[in-house]
Design a protein around this ligand. Structure first.
Ligand code: GLC
Length: 567
């Protein structure tokens, strides 16, 4: 198919903003919408086309931190958290994004609400309240009902997934934290309300949605116990011999997904990306079947997959990941390329805080087939902060508070975040006190990382060899080169090439002509040299501006260098 006719979202690069940490316009230490609006030119100039916002909807962030999830527990889906601004600010934001030729993606937390949501308040008020059945209430086990209804456990935690509510003497189900009660999707009113909410935001101008823990929407209708399984942990989130089958990836979620897609398609040119933690075989099911002219499906458009965040910096590991993505997500499907988000240890801290390796990561992310996601600050190499558990704000960190700090540090070294504050510190704009996020003297909601003096936008903009400028070069070339933004991918096999080389070709059809780009990535700290398989190659872009990779019949790459060549 001719790449020119592909929808925008098949070629786009997404930039994720965590609103609390991007830019504070009021000086209260908390990021806000006006702050973000003031940075739209920076984002445009960076070269991304789509911005995904972690939720800025009404949510009880005025409560102590351990009692809310910083926006992922919504108390009104059609209103804005006053800490971040107003609906007028959102309208201005949408306008500002669209007028710069960019797109906006909102975070839909459909699985659960806050306990503060008026629906839940009504639901818990009495057994016969009309909202009772909007959530999942059950009697506890006999004789006195003080034992949970079954053995279900929450998505990422041990312990039970039911909370007892004294007033009506029943238990409610929560797949995440206890202040995030699950909505009951078996109730048609809930489905209708949430689909209407999606319409509400599409009408307002949203270009797409990121769907929070989308695989958790439906549970077993008969509330059967989670069965035993011979697994300690696996891709489908079975854990410690307990299967997740009764609570995650339920076939009815896949059915609902089709309805959601139909709703989305009422407004042409929109897309949705689902957060689904599962094996690739399970993920594939969410993408639905291929329909119409073979270019589209009736499921999610794409699935946010975290496999890349933990892939070691080895050519063969990334090769394997690309191979499995190609196997499971061939055209018209495609994978995502994610190195971080607001729940993960920042990638740069997993790769020795090494800027050169981070550049190679960017080169891979922006040249492999798929939809890249850049988490704010990743483009300047912002590191994971070190925050002691006694100072953490993150409710998940509180949940794990019994785990001693040294064990937490150990776990973090393996890339698992028990305190998500560490990847959510304020964006580093300049070398001033508070890094230009808040005015000097303000108390920021999380401390600015102590690397901010050298590691910030202003410093990096001036340095042609910075990570930021590397991102900009690759983003520009990706946008201008159809082969890179929407072409197919095939490995280039070069005889006797070093093991650390990953080489692939991207190929697209533009106006009936082939457009090709050739990518060579050196996953090692040494120079490598190998046979040049191309005729009259030219360098389109490199991770380094000092590159001179073409040496007669050979290609020479510097340590951790990544280049794109054309013929
Ligand atoms: C998702 C979000 C995470 C949130 C959780 C519950 O995993 O990314 O930040 O805490 O869902 O909504």
């Amino acid at each position: 198919m001719d790449s020119e006719s592909l929808p925008w979202w098949k070629k786009t690069v997404v930039y994720q903003i965590y609103p609390r940490s991007y830019m504070d316009s009021t000086g209260n230490g908390i990021g806000d919408l006006k702050g973000i609006i003031s940075k739209l030119d920076y984002i445009k100039d960076l070269g991304v086309e789509t911005i995904w916002f972690s939720p800025f909807f009404k949510s009880p962030t005025d409560k102590p931190y351990k009692e809310h999830d910083c926006g992922y527990d919504i108390s009104d889906y059609r209103d804005i958290n006053p800490e971040y601004g107003t609906m007028d600010d959102v309208d201005e934001l949408i306008k500002g994004i669209h007028s710069r030729g960019m797109k906006i993606v909102l975070d839909m937390v459909m699985n659960h609400t806050s306990i503060e949501h008026p629906w839940f308040q009504k639901s818990r008020s009495s057994k016969d309240n009309p909202r009772r059945d909007w959530y999942i209430w059950r009697d506890g086990k006999k004789p006195n009902g003080k034992k949970p209804p079954n053995n279900w456990r929450p998505m990422i935690f041990l312990g039970g997934a039911w909370k007892y509510d004294e007033s009506t003497e029943q238990w409610y189900y929560h797949c995440f934290l206890p202040f995030q009660p699950d909505l009951n999707y078996r109730n048609p009113e809930v489905q209708k309300e949430m689909l209407d909410t999606v319409r509400f935001w599409l009408k307002k101008g949203a270009d797409g949605f990121r769907l929070d823990i989308f695989n958790a929407l439906f549970e077993d209708a008969e509330f059967r116990d989670a069965p035993f399984t011979f697994t300690i942990a696996n891709g489908d989130m079975d854990l410690l011999f307990k299967s997740s089958k009764m609570t995650l990836n339920h076939p009815d979620t896949l059915e609902f997904c089709k309805k959601l897609r139909k709703t989305l398609d009422e407004y042409p040119g929109k897309f949705m990306v689902g957060e689904v933690g599962a094996s690739l075989a399970t993920l594939k099911k969410y993408l639905g079947e291929v329909v119409e002219d073979g270019t589209n499906t009736n499921g999610l458009n794409v699935i946010f997959d975290l496999r890349s965040t933990s892939t070691p910096m080895k050519a063969k590991k990334f090769k394997k990941l690309i191979e499995s993505y190609e196997r499971w997500f061939p055209e018209p499907f495609f994978p995502t390329w994610v190195f971080g988000n607001h729940d993960q240890v920042r990638r740069i801290s997993k790769i020795d805080n090494d800027i050169e390796q981070a550049k190679l990561n960017a080169a891979l992310q922006l040249t492999a087939r798929g939809m890249p996601y850049i988490y704010y600050g990743e483009e300047i190499g912002m590191r994971n902060a070190k925050i002691h558990k006694s100072e953490s704000k993150d409710a998940v960190s509180h949940h794990f508070k019994i785990i001693p700090q040294f064990i937490r540090n150990f776990i973090t070294r393996f890339g698992v975040s028990l305190n998500r504050d560490e990847c959510r510190t304020p964006m580093q704009w300049n070398s001033a006190e508070n890094a230009g996020f808040s005015p000097p003297g303000a108390e920021t909601w999380l401390s600015v990382n102590n690397t901010s003096e050298e590691n910030n936008v202003e410093v990096e903009e001036k340095d042609p060899e910075s990570l930021l400028n590397c991102y900009k070069r690759f983003l520009k070339v990706r946008k201008e080169t159809t082969a890179l933004n929407s072409g197919s991918i095939n490995f280039i096999e070069i005889k006797k090439s070093p093991k650390s080389l990953l080489a692939y070709e991207r190929k697209a059809i533009v106006n009936n002509k082939e457009d090709k780009a050739f990518v060579f990535l050196n996953f090692s700290r040494k120079n490598i040299r190998f046979h040049n398989p191309l005729k009259n190659p030219k360098v389109l872009v490199s991770t380094s501006i000092k590159t001179e990779p073409l040496d007669n019949a050979q290609i020479v790459l510097m340590p951790w260098e990544g280049i794109v060549l054309i013929e």
